[in-house]
Design a binder for this molecule. Structure first.
Ligand code: GLC
Length: 462
């Protein structure tokens, strides 16, 4: 018989052990405390990883840790406009940082991806930073904190970086491969859903946090982009039986403004797994859309964040939950939740991942199961009032995580195996579990990260 309370207490203790200090103050936590594996960069504090811990700290009244984190990371932001290609773009937040202590000093060293495997840039860090800042303000009621000039400036630099006109002319953000939680080559360059959902959420946060000014072109740009993104994602990324029937009968090579098939998707590119897998009732947002490209894979975090932030319309959110319930074994199985479905296999795996041995089919980013996603699943369940599904998912995690020493990820079609190269005592696994637990017990805390339904859509005829 499992002792639930003991399992929660143990997780809290482990979370406390993960903290790192700077000038005597807790400012973040390490990615993992696995004494049996080589640390690599898991001894650093990752911005994206800290978000689940940060939300737990906010809910449990340890708001000072989040405040310290936000202050310290703001000092690491790249703030000078540069034309040096080896320097991070102005506004970018690092992927991670560490505190280095020598005999004479203590200093913080940030990594913008220049030390990371394959040198991937962390586009999501800046977006998560704004999201956490808004959660902090919600939890403490301290709007003055976000209104401080250096915070306003930090936020504006991020917004500028995202909103500036660039090479393409879509409302979505164009990013390189591995720019977010999936930080390896996985065919997620272009316009991946996760980045778009985080971008949308960060814009809605910014709307609340920007100091009201009599006239502010930045606020205007934020509001306009929200409307365009709403339209673009809700219309073009959406997949359900009705959409499938449309895409199946698409004509190719349509030219001009009246084209129905805007992205020139060829119906023959619809994978057979998708036709069989899509339930009659249910739908989701595609993983990516670009010229001649529709990635039909289901990416969990992007879909869940879309629900939580109301990027998904209410009926779309309900449809995504229907799909999760209908495909429970594939998406939840023995550990919530699959990072994406299905895995890339055979020649696809060879070409798209470049034969990556860490991302073999049904492992790690390629269809592995990540316990950290549990919190986002539970949050989406609360948002759509499917509490029973959230409880069911949490019960699965309760049964395994502590026993398995909180692995980073699980492998296999149903997530039965502990990940081949997974770290143990992975902090966001622990925090994700605790956050799911706290959200189910205090559903009102969902307000920290969610937004009400948003009816502003601006048609953007691309
Ligand atoms: C891996 C994950 C990344 C995470 C990091 C630290 O690189 O892919 O998403 O931030 O580990 O846990």
């Amino acid at each position: 018989m499992l002792d639930y309370q003991a399992s929660i207490d143990k997780a809290y203790q482990t979370l406390a052990d993960s903290l790192i200090y700077y000038q005597g103050r807790p400012v973040g936590n390490v990615a993992a405390c696995d004494r049996k594996s080589e640390a690599l960069n898991y001894d650093q504090c990752f911005i994206r990883d800290f978000v689940s811990s940060g939300l737990v700290f906010l809910i449990t009244g340890k708001t000072d840790i989040v405040r310290n984190f936000l202050e310290v990371t703001l000092t690491l932001q790249s703030q000078e406009p540069k034309m040096d290609c080896f320097k991070p773009g102005c506004g970018l937040m690092p992927a991670s940082f560490k505190v280095v202590t020598t005999d004479t000093e203590e200093k913080i060293i940030a990594d913008f991806g220049e030390h990371a495997i394959a040198r991937v840039a962390p586009i999501d860090s800046s977006l998560w930073w704004i999201i956490l800042l808004r959660a902090y303000v919600k939890a403490t009621g301290d709007m003055d904190f976000a209104h401080q000039p250096e915070f306003q400036q930090g936020m504006r630099l991020i917004l500028h970086l995202c909103l500036e006109s660039r090479f393409d002319m879509f409302p979505t953000l164009l990013v390189p491969d591995g720019a977010f939680m999936i930080d390896r080559r996985m065919g997620v360059y272009g316009y991946p859903l996760e980045i778009q959902a985080l971008f949308y959420t960060a814009l809605r946060c910014a709307e609340e946090l920007l100091l009201p000014l009599p006239s502010d072109p930045m606020r205007q740009a934020v509001e306009e982009r929200i409307g365009h993104l709403n339209y673009h994602i809700r219309s073009y990324y959406w997949l359900d039986m009705a959409r499938l029937n449309e895409i199946y009968r698409y004509k190719g090579e349509e030219f001009g403004i009246t084209a129905e098939n805007k992205f020139n998707i060829y119906a023959t590119s619809i994978p057979s797994w998708f036709i069989n897998w899509l339930p009659d009732v249910g739908g989701y947002f595609a993983g990516n859309i670009g010229p001649g490209l529709m990635d039909f894979r289901f990416f969990s975090l992007g879909n869940l964040v879309a629900i939580i932030s109301s990027l998904a319309m209410n009926d779309q959110a309900e449809s995504i939950m229907n799909l999760i319930a209908a495909r429970w074994d594939d998406l939840i199985g023995k550990m919530p939740m699959k990072i994406c479905f299905p895995a890339l296999e055979n020649r696809d795996w060879e070409i798209i991942t470049g034969f990556d041995p860490k991302n073999i089919p049904w492992s790690y980013h390629n269809g592995g199961s990540w316990p950290v996603l549990l919190w986002a699943l539970v949050a989406a369940c609360i948002k759509t009032q499917h509490i029973d599904l959230g409880k069911r998912a949490l019960a699965i995690a309760y049964g395994r995580l502590q026993h398995d020493e909180y692995p980073e990820y699980y492998d296999g079609r149903r997530g039965r195996l502990i990940g081949k190269e997974a770290r143990r005592y992975q902090t966001w696994t622990i925090a994700g579990f605790l956050l799911a637990y706290e959200l189910l017990n205090h559903p009102e805390q969902l307000d920290l990260i969610s937004f009400p339904e948003d009816y502003r859509t601006i048609t953007c005829e691309i």
